[in-house]
Write a protein that binds this ligand. Structure first.
Ligand SMILES: Cc1cc2nc3c(=O)[nH]c(=O)nc-3n(C[C@H](O)[C@H](O)[C@H](O)COP(=O)(O)OP(=O)(O)OC[C@H]3O[C@@H](n4cnc5c(N)ncnc54)[C@H](O)[C@@H]3O)c2cc1C
Length: 454
């Protein structure tokens, strides 16, 4: 599916199964390399020899791992980042690029029921602080990545969702001081040119960036600061002898005073405690060819991030530097086939919102792994073996992984500023954790049924 020629790319209508492909044409194909990785001047970087000993070994080169590594090298520690694939091969360069505080995961009311008012408020406020943190990091480190506080519109897929969202936005303002406003259906075209939604909510302080550029900029800062970034270096196992850790890799062991596991939705194999707590949930994104800028301006006049209110969520935006649409959501039932059919449901969703785009071609389609947890909360801390970890962002992780990476690094440094409101929340497993990955499609289908009734 990689690098197909333009005449093999399917239109959205073809992809959605609403139009037949041209007679006698070759089978349609999409580029499966994430669009975000097309960075013109990105060099592979120098391949450094694997060190025998470091202060901290960080496993995983996504935003959690790189953010942790940056905090550590800035504090004068020697750091090796181990990546089993290419740098940033995981969700960090595969996502939808929508940045929020993570506070939309639960209704405020639900969070209060779970934790009581005081703790819920503290968690909500820390969510807001996370978004401020990533903005500050990008400013201070001069990370060139199209960061902007463009705001997010969330469309109600049912009239009742609009009222529930209004109540939740009011609770968010009351308990965490987060400003928002509701957009009734009759004013919706100021935000988005569709009649698909029954109005929606806007969080004007939510943000966006270009994840490929953000990741590339973090890699560059780390290389300039002397961190060792090791590609195609899987951590096969981690042993602890009470004094130090030994991380085994195919090229030999690395000894480290501390280890940070930053593997999120790709956590399998090297540590049982973590594998039993992370459910791997796949998620997909498609990108269109460039369309006239006027089309983007007309469809998304407010130039925000966009999403819906359903349990089986979809989200979209215009690309940051050229007029394309980027659209993400659940994986298709045929994802294993790795063909354009695997993305047909995303094209179908896009055409339900923007019915006039049927003739526009899709160019890219890819899938990545979200790290889900049994309580739908992110977690950081130490395993019984003493491995530090930060993961489980449940699909809203660009902001949270950056912040949690920083916090876990502060904990390694013994800095009291590493304290978070998430410290005392137990990281749960489940007796049936071993079938959880396989149960994901079943749960998703059930949610789809519920979405069609409530
Ligand atoms: C399709 C999709 C869309 C998303 N959209 C959004 C969005 O719009 N907004 C948002 O906030 N979040 C979104 N997310 C979630 C967000 O991208 C992630 O939460 C975040 O990038 C996690 O970063 P991370 O560094 O923890 O993990 P990752 O970026 O996944 O990095 C983990 C890395 O660990 C490596 N690894 C695993 N095991 C080993 C090992 N044994 N040895 C060495 N390396 C190993 C993997 O190869 C991988 O590169 C999305 C995710 C996906 C998949």
């Amino acid at each position: 599916m990689t690098k197909p020629s333009a005449d093999r790319q399917p239109t959205l209508a073809e992809l959605a199964g609403k139009a037949a492909p041209p007679q006698g044409g070759v089978p349609a194909a999409l580029c499966c390399e994430p669009y975000w990785r097309q960075i013109p001047d990105a060099s592979g970087g120098e391949r450094l020899p694997q060190p025998e000993k470091v202060d901290v070994a960080v496993i995983g080169s996504g935003f959690t791992g790189l953010s942790a590594a940056l905090t550590l090298v800035r504090a004068g520690r020697s750091v090796a980042v181990l990546e089993k694939d290419q740098l940033g091969a995981g969700a960090s360069t595969r996502n939808g690029s929508q940045l929020g505080s993570g506070n939309q995961k639960f209704h405020v009311k639900t969070l209060i029921e779970m934790f009581g008012e005081l703790k819920a408020k503290a968690l909500l406020l820390e969510g807001v602080a996370m978004l401020d943190y990533i903005e500050e990091l990008i400013r201070v480190e001069k990370l060139d990545c199209h960061f902007g506080r463009c705001g997010r519109f969330r469309g109600a897929v049912r009239p009742a969702h609009y009222d529930a969202m209004a109540r939740d936005m009011e609770d968010l303002r009351k308990h965490a001081g987060v400003e928002s406003f509701m957009v009734p259906k009759e004013d919706q075209h100021k935000e988005i040119y569709t009649d698909f939604f029954h109005g929606g909510s806007v969080l004007p302080d939510d943000a966006s960036l270009h994840p490929g550029l953000y990741h590339h900029a973090l890699v560059t800062r780390l290389r300039d600061s002397g961190a060792v970034l090791l590609e195609e270096t899987p951590a096969l196992g981690i042993e602890a002898d009470g004094r130090e850790f030994v991380v085994s890799t195919p090229a030999g062991p690395i000894r480290a005073a501390n280890v940070i596991a930053a593997t999120n939705g790709y956590t399998r194999g090297f540590d049982r405690y973590l594998s039993r707590r992370i459910v791997q949930v796949p998620s997909s994104v498609i990108v269109t060819e460039t369309v006239p800028q006027q089309t983007i301006d007309a469809l998304m006049p407010a130039k925000r991030m966009y999403g819906n209110s359903a349990r089986v969520f979809f989200y979209f935006r215009a690309a940051p530097s050229e007029p394309r649409l980027i659209w993400g959501g659940r994986v298709g039932r045929m994802v294993r086939a790795n063909t354009p059919h695997a993305f047909g449901h995303l094209a179908a969703d896009m055409l339900r919102v923007f019915p006039d785009l049927g003739a526009v071609k899709a160019t890219h389609g890819w899938t990545g792994q979200i790290g889900y947890t049994f309580d739908e909360l992110p977690h950081l801390g130490k395993t019984p073996k003493g491995i530090h970890f930060a993961m489980g962002y449940c699909g809203t992780g660009v902001t949270r992984s950056t912040y949690f990476g920083h916090k876990i690094a502060l904990k390694v440094l013994g800095d009291p500023k590493g304290r978070t409101e998430f410290d005392d929340i137990t990281f749960p497993t489940h007796p049936f954790h071993f079938v959880a990955d396989r149960a994901v499609p079943v749960v998703e289908s059930w949610y789809r049924v519920k979405d069609s009734y409530t």
